[in-house]
Ligand binder design. Sequence first.
Ligand SMILES: [Zn+2]
Length: 91
Amino acid sequence: MKYRYICEVCGKTEILTPEEAYLAGWDYPPFMGTYGVVSARTCPDCPIIHTAWAALMMKHKTYMELTDNQKETIRRIRGEPGSMMPGQSEE
Ligand SMILES: [Zn+2]
């Protein structure tokens, strides 16, 4: 089963199995975090400090203070794993 992995920081997208994503260094469930629960969703190259999770938990921002991209990330996380199915369009 392949899923679509989107880096919330740089926007990089790859279609991978969970094992491939984990071995490549993606921070994504089920190995890092839990489907539907907000945590970092990043590629192997990006720091978590720019994630929606870090904005909420480390910088103590409210949802309304997040960037549009960070809000979109949270909407996507709440729809997991369905939102990770390849072939679904972004909007
Ligand atoms: Zn990235």
